[in-house]
Design a protein. Structure first.
Ligand code: ATP
Ligand code: MG
Ligand code: MG
Length: 352
């Protein structure tokens, strides 16, 4: 059979690997840690770093298609893979655009898609101009490598600016105006090789301390907002000549106006509910797309709430999993730390 190569060893890679195995593929994981959630369920595993071009080339040459479960794959890795002739899906441009918050916002702006007001902050001297553009409150974020709200500082008033900047330890940053959103939603969409696109129903997301807590479907939004969000996700997919699943996060303002917060060129935490509530999961959909198959109908048969199981405060996982209509997934992480995603549970209700 064909072999799917996945860069990255986290829970998203693990769930992709399981979905690929379900469809009869072999799976080869590439990541630096053999104890990672994905490595443990894959048939083949390469332990090496993302800057090891020779190892990357051997890995890519041994598989039929390469994909990734995190967006911080360096450009040099994408180039190493390209040298082997094995396709990288989604492609290098999707990585380049989404791994830097500034590049991402400029890309969206060029497409006519609204974001939070923003300004790059390359040095302390740039802070004043930045807050003039964004206003206060604002959020200062590192341009790269942030996730689960890490590398961010909220600025509530003028005297917090210097402290916020210091907390990022000189990393290139971006100042974002704080969007007074009424709710947050995300659209998980997919595009296949021939350009066909399909989207899941938008999820309504609640974050606490910068970390996703729950995704509820359907989101409480108007039909117009629903369609507009889906159209935006499809515009992004088309512009990137994308193959695979993407996650696009939105702020919804009281007026219904949408601003894109960020996008992830991969399967997304706010799409985990698709495993139990839909005909096809985001993981299976991604594998179908990158393998060159046609997409499956992402129709949803149930309403649901997905809840992340975070850190050490959840110790009754087995009990949760034994509840009726509660579907438990654990990631097999060796160590529970505060703020670490250990698993999730999706609770289903009949479709309203
Ligand atoms: P993820 O784990 O989703 O990749 P991240 O670390 O990239 O998270 P963001 O998505 O940028 O972080 O921000 C996390 C959350 O913080 C958002 O979902 C939102 O609730 C809040 N937030 C971020 N930026 C803004 C903003 N400009 N205005 C208002 N709220 C914001
Ligand atoms: Mg992010
Ligand atoms: Mg986010």
């Amino acid at each position: 059979g064909s072999t799917i190569g996945i860069l990255g060893g986290g829970q998203l890679g693990r769930m992709l690997a399981v979905a690929a195995a379900k469809l009869g593929f072999h799976v080869h994981i590439y990541c630096p840690d053999e104890k990672s959630p994905a490595a443990e369920v894959a048939r083949d595993f390469t332990k090496a770093g993302y800057d090891d071009d020779a190892a990357l080339e051997r890995f890519a040459a041994s598989v039929d298609v390469v994909t990734y479960e995190f967006e911080n794959v360096p450009a040099s890795a994408a180039e190493a893979i390209a040298r082997t002739g094995t396709p990288l899906r989604p492609g290098a441009r999707a990585l380049e655009v989404s791994q830097d918050r500034l590049t991402e916002k400029k890309f969206l702006k060029d497409l006519g898609i609204d974001t939070a007001p923003f300004m790059p902050v390359a040095s302390e001297a740039a802070l004043g101009v930045a807050t003039e553009v964004t206003g206060i409150p604002a959020i200062l974020k590192t341009r790269r490598f942030g996730y689960d709200g890490k590398g961010q500082a909220v600025i509530h008033d003028e005297d917090e600016v210097a402290e916020a900047y210091a907390s990022l330890k000189g990393a290139p940053a971006i100042m974002e105006g704080f969007v007074p959103f009424e709710r947050e939603i995300s659209v998980i969409a997919a595009r296949e090789l021939n350009g066909t696109m399909m989207a899941y129903d938008p999820a309504e997301n609640v974050h606490r301390d910068g970390i996703l807590r729950t995704s509820t479907v359907p989101a409480e939004i108007s039909e117009e907002t629903w369609d507009r969000a889906t159209d935006i996700a499809c515009d992004i997919l088309t512009e990137l000549d994308y193959v695979g699943v993407i996650g696009v996060e939105f702020f919804v303002e009281k007026s219904g106006h949408l601003r894109v917060n960020e996008m992830a060129p991969r399967v997304h935490n706010s799409g985990h509910w698709t495993v139990e509530a839909c005909h096809v999961s985001q993981f299976e959909q991604h594998i179908r797309a990158i393998a060159g198959w046609s997409l499956a109908d992402p129709v949803r048969h149930s309403d649901c709430v997905m809840e992340n199981l975070i850190g050490k405060d959840v110790d009754d996982w087995q009990t949760i999993g034994s509840e009726r209509d509660a579907y438990l997934t654990l990631y097999g992480k060796k160590e529970a730390r505060n703020g670490r995603k250990m698993g999730h549970v999706t609770r289903l209700k009949p479709r309203s």
